[in-house]
Design a protein around this ligand. Structure first.
Ligand code: URA
Length: 245
């Protein structure tokens, strides 16, 4: 267990991670809501090594390694999902210029897809979020042309055959409709290339515009296009939980 004599006081580690004030963190510890490496810690004065300790509050992992960074970007269309581009197109590097750490993007969005892209230097989390084993869901809003059949959601959820195998949506709903322009929300848990576009084209509704709005437990919300923000401690904890970290 990673409580040590020369570490940092547990309440300070929690407060520095943005859980709550130091005083409130002391109360969380006293109430038995904090575990370090799986062991409940209730005594006053426990010290831990924030680089090593795996800390949970109410079962949610708390990020404690100061060098790890977690961001979301609302990627505009026209931006390639790489850090550099030999063809000189605008890349993600244009948005992470102020962040000193070298960040990796968690998966990709097509150049003409906009929306939520996670960026981090936490390699283990990034790898797990992309690994099919954890089946992290992603939600998209797609504009398609109507009219659509009543059974469209059922067909997508049953699954369709694509050139590289079977694919299906976990959730589907009509989000909005203006005349023949229909905005549908699709949730799926796989990351094959152009998967949403291919899925909807296969059922006769090629995508006109596409945006990712959710990645696992994290939602894009009202983040303006072309802006980046740090994830909250809560969001990071939820991402850890989604991939069993
Ligand atoms: N599916 C697509 O078709 N494109 C994306 O950018 C993401 C998912």
């Amino acid at each position: 267990m990673n409580t040590t004599n020369d570490g940092v006081r547990l309440q300070k580690v929690l407060a520095d991670a943005g859980v709550a004030s130091r005083r409130a963190c002391e109360e969380l510890i006293a109430a038995g809501r904090v575990t370090v490496d799986g062991e409940k810690i209730t005594w006053f004065g426990a010290r831990v090594d924030p680089q090593q300790a795996v800390i949970h509050v109410d079962g949610k992992r708390i990020p404690t390694r100061a060098e790890l960074r977690y961001y979301m970007l609302n990627k505009p269309t026209g931006v390639v999902s790489t850090m550099s581009d030999p063809r000189g197109r605008k890349t993600l590097a244009a948005y992470v210029g102020d962040v000193p750490e070298r960040l990796f993007h968690v998966g990709r969005l097509d150049t003409d897809t906009e929306g939520l892209l996670l960026l981090t230097n936490d390699g283990e989390l990034a790898n797990r979020l992309m690994h099919p084993r954890y089946g992290v869901s992603k939600t998209y809003l797609a504009e398609i042309h109507g009219p659509i059949g009543r059974d469209l959601g059922k067909r997508l959820k049953q699954g369709v055959k694509l050139a590289d195998g079977f694919a299906k949506a976990d959730e589907f709903r009509v989000f909005d409709q203006v005349g023949k322009r229909i905005l549908v929300e699709v949730t799926l848990h796989e990351g094959r290339k152009h998967i949403v576009r291919r899925l909807l084209a296969e059922v006769g509704h090629p995508v006109q515009q596409l945006a990712r709005t959710e990645f696992g437990p994290v939602k894009l919300g009202r983040l303006r296009s072309g802006t980046i923000r740090a994830l909250t401690t809560k969001e990071i904890g939820e991402l850890y939980a989604a991939v069993e970290l």
